[in-house]
Design a protein around this ligand. Structure first.
Ligand code: CO
Ligand code: CO
Length: 365
């Protein structure tokens, strides 16, 4: 964590014609400052001008956190009684933001913050700064990769401990609960997302939640889970079965495994994100299941569970050493079940390394 990140932000923002970048609580603000705040009804807005010192509007009760920031931020605090208006007014005046071109997070800034800026920086133009931030965050440094490896170690240990206890008749929800406890027990700081545990016909919907349905023999059970360590996420999916899987699903399993292998093998510096998607998808299409692979092959992974680069047709982004993303092909057969196998990879100098190493062969419990 150092001010080099802010220096790079200024360069990237300046090249995009921005005068300032405004960030709300979340991964981008954490990346630059090491500070975590809640996105709540009390607005927090950090302002990074390209040619001035950074500033932050924040509730007075949060101000002590600034002592631990990785960079100096000129504070504009407000109390609950005052409300944030005056603090926004002073910050905008101090940074001379009238008529400025302000980069904001298209996916995160709310009307709340946008209206304050428009009011107290008259004539300002808000434009998306997501590209500026992802240019900084997409390739991970050694410290970030170390945290991701830890997050992977935690989730793989938690997954193994959960599988050791899996029995027919258990409810999907019970398995998800066990997994959550194990994530904390194995040293995770938190959940990257709420675990998905879906069995039998429920597994045919890739993002449905765990239900009270008991898990039956011979059903595929898709378990998708992740932990966070020092802010960084892991994200793994394995599909297992209790008892012998029907022949049709065994063929589906082998196809998804081959697609996962092909996707990981295609990842290396110089190829496009869409080429990795195509490598995995071609295997599934050749086996006749193309219509049942209903999502992209993967997504970037880091401080956020979904971030650039997205591994999807149409994304011509060229992969570089240090980029981290998932490879997670799946086949979903309505009424029957689903199979997904997801790994987290990092692009290396010559290829890609899978951070996740949990066995991929079908586990029959
Ligand atoms: Co996942
Ligand atoms: Co994922």
């Amino acid at each position: 964590m150092d001010n080099q990140r802010i220096t790079k932000l200024r360069t990237e923002a300046g090249q995009k014609g921005l005068d300032c970048v405004a960030l709300v609580p979340g991964a981008n603000l954490f990346y630059l400052t090491g500070l975590s705040f809640h996105l709540s009804e009390r607005p927090v807005l950090a302002l990074f001008p390209v040619d001035d010192a950074p500033a932050i509007v924040l509730p007075a009760l949060e101000a002590p956190k600034l002592e631990h920031a990785a960079c100096a931020l000129h504070p504009f605090p407000y109390t609950d009684e005052e409300g944030p208006a005056l603090a926004f007014q002073q910050a905008c005046a101090s940074l001379e933001l009238a008529d400025a071109r302000i980069g904001a997070e298209h996916l995160h800034m709310r009307l709340l913050e946008a209206r304050y800026l428009e009011r107290y920086a008259p004539g300002c133009e808000l434009s998306p700064a997501d590209d500026v931030m992802s240019a900084l965050r997409m390739t991970k440094d050694a410290g970030e990769l170390a945290a991701m490896r830890e997050a992977v170690a935690v989730i793989e240990a938690a997954l193994q401990a959960t599988l050791d206890r899996l029995e027919p008749g258990m409810r999907e929800r019970e398995v998800a609960g066990t997994l959550m406890i194990e994530i904390f027990d194995k040293g995770g700081d938190g959940l990257a997302f709420e675990p998905i545990v879906v069995a039998g016909p429920n597994a045919a919907s890739p993002h449905s939640g765990p239900s009270d349905r008991p898990i039956g023999r011979g059903e595929t059970i898709v378990i998708d889970c992740g932990a966070t360590v020092d802010g960084y996420a892991s994200d793994i999916t394995r599909t297992v079965a209790i008892g012998e899987m029907p022949e049709a699903m065994q063929r589906v399993y082998r196809t998804v495994l081959d697609a996962n292998t092909a996707g990981r093998a295609a990842a290396r510096p110089g190829v496009t994100a869409e080429a990795v998607d195509q490598a995995a998808r071609a295997v599934i299409e050749a086996a006749g299941y193309g219509a049942y692979f209903i999502h992209r092959t993967g997504h970037g992974l880091g401080l956020e569970t979904h971030e650039p680069p997205y591994i999807v047709a149409g994304n011509r982004r060229v992969l570089e050493e240090g980029m981290t993303f998932t490879v997670e092909p799946g086949i979903y057969l309505p009424g029957l079940g689903g199979v997904r196998i997801e790994d987290d990879v990092v692009v290396t100098a010559a290829g890609a390394e899978s951070l996740t190493t949990f066995p991929r062969e079908l586990t029959v419990l």
